[in-house]
Design a protein around this ligand. Sequence first.
Ligand SMILES: *[C@@H]1O[C@H](CO)[C@@H](O)[C@H](O)[C@H]1NC(C)=O
Ligand SMILES: *[C@@H]1O[C@H](CO)[C@@H](O)[C@H](O)[C@H]1NC(C)=O
Ligand SMILES: *[C@@H]1O[C@H](CO)[C@@H](O)[C@H](O)[C@H]1NC(C)=O
Ligand SMILES: *[C@@H]1O[C@H](CO)[C@@H](O)[C@H](O)[C@H]1NC(C)=O
Ligand SMILES: *[C@@H]1O[C@H](CO)[C@@H](O)[C@H](O)[C@H]1NC(C)=O
Ligand SMILES: *[C@@H]1O[C@H](CO)[C@@H](O)[C@H](O)[C@H]1NC(C)=O
Ligand SMILES: *[C@@H]1O[C@H](CO)[C@@H](O)[C@H](O)[C@H]1NC(C)=O
Length: 410
Amino acid sequence: MSLNSYTIVFLFFVLCSRSAAYDALDPNGNITIKWDVISWTPDGYVAVVTMNNFQMYRPIVSPGWTLGWTWAKNEVIWAMMGAQATDQGDCSKFRGNIPHSCEKKPAIVDLLPNTPYNQQIANCCKGGVIASMGKDSSAALSAFQIAVGAAGTTNRTVKLPKNFTFVAPGGGYTCGPAKIIRPTRFITPDGRRITQAMSKSFKPYIEMTWRVVCTYSQFIASPKPTCCVSLSSFHNASVTPCPSCSCGCRKSSNCVMKGVNKPVLQCTKHMCPVNVHWHVKSNYNKYWNVKMTITNFNYRFNYTHWTLVVQHPNLNKATKVSSFVYKPLMPNLSTNDTALFYGRKAYNDVLMQAGPKGNVHSDLTLEKDRKTLALKKGWAFPRRVYFNGNPCVMPSPESCPYLPNSAGAK
Ligand SMILES: *[C@@H]1O[C@H](CO)[C@@H](O)[C@H](O)[C@H]1NC(C)=O
Ligand SMILES: *[C@@H]1O[C@H](CO)[C@@H](O)[C@H](O)[C@H]1NC(C)=O
Ligand SMILES: *[C@@H]1O[C@H](CO)[C@@H](O)[C@H](O)[C@H]1NC(C)=O
Ligand SMILES: *[C@@H]1O[C@H](CO)[C@@H](O)[C@H](O)[C@H]1NC(C)=O
Ligand SMILES: *[C@@H]1O[C@H](CO)[C@@H](O)[C@H](O)[C@H]1NC(C)=O
Ligand SMILES: *[C@@H]1O[C@H](CO)[C@@H](O)[C@H](O)[C@H]1NC(C)=O
Ligand SMILES: *[C@@H]1O[C@H](CO)[C@@H](O)[C@H](O)[C@H]1NC(C)=O
């Protein structure tokens, strides 16, 4: 690579990573990891570690998160509840009582939902899956308890772990340093339930708290898209497909025609794991209707807690939404044009693997808004679509099916 092209690539990286790290639709989105030290032990402490997903529409999908850090001293993990270290490491120094893990850089994973109750704590054991904040704030967290040895035994001698890593399928997270904050929460005496409320019946048991903030960058995750949009309209039989090779090009090795052996994608021209189809169903004087369909092309992969974000100038007047839950994403801004959709619990909040059940859909009724209505070509189609927080590849505006000029003008 010549020096010049290297410089260009470097500049591209700097410019893109800047803009990609900041998501205008979710400016405060982050994952906040909090360690609440709830008691001191003869050689260390017991902490409840809570990971809050403050991202409005990006869930942590199966097979879930892996949390890592580097111990500042030679700490060990005596025991854990609600999660486990993937490696025990070298515990040969210990006789009799053997720690759960002696790794200098432990990697922690969640337990599965069928974990025995005596190994669980509140908000643990979801197989590492975390909902997004906008979808379900009560499921947007994951927690475990950890007993740390060979650590400090007061808030002056404890050294904070360093170099936190939060790894999720698709990657993209970078964590800042741990910082001591004032304990803000209270815990019930049995240590099993943390409550945000300042109630007299709960004693403040938290001895010390520190926090780590991890942020997502699309550019670090993968420059390759994972979703594409196709369009159609009632008045024109032709469907505008996803652009070919939206997410990669079809090769004999990367997809299968039917659910055969390896967990791979169904063969398509776009090679995206997910397609969002936007169909304009009808158009009346005051209202128009859209059917949105999300299709999963993964064999053997279900999207739990999926989310869909759509930007369209008329989404400020969505009057009816069937089968999905709908929330305006920034309801108080003048640009109230972005909607968050997700499935209803136990009905369609899991987007099933490819096959006859591998899709979810919803009918929208939008009331025409004189301020935003402009019958340009492509007006009826969304401007931006995100699936699980990842931007979907859109067809080029020129390829949109025409809306008849008269429609809606009356
Ligand atoms: C992380 O998200 C929380 C909740 O939205 C917000 O209060 C906090 O300021 C964010 N932190 C950073 C560093 O962005
Ligand atoms: C340690 O705890 C004591 C008593 O709870 C408190 O007064 C002090 O400010 C704490 N020190 C630090 C460094 O957090
Ligand atoms: C932090 O962890 C990363 C990945 O494991 C590693 O490359 C880096 O050198 C570490 N930094 C420090 C200061 O330990
Ligand atoms: C997806 O969900 C269906 C229905 O619950 C289940 O039969 C299937 O095994 C799941 N697939 C995976 C890969 O977990
Ligand atoms: C934003 O859109 C929602 C959904 O249509 C609507 O309920 C809300 O009133 C709108 N807010 C403003 C400020 O227009
Ligand atoms: C938006 O405005 C409504 C009513 O004015 C208010 O209740 C709500 O808290 C506001 N939301 C945000 C996020 O500012
Ligand atoms: C339907 O849309 C296609 C693609 O945009 C266009 O070429 C065609 O002329 C349209 N047909 C009618 C009847 O409008």
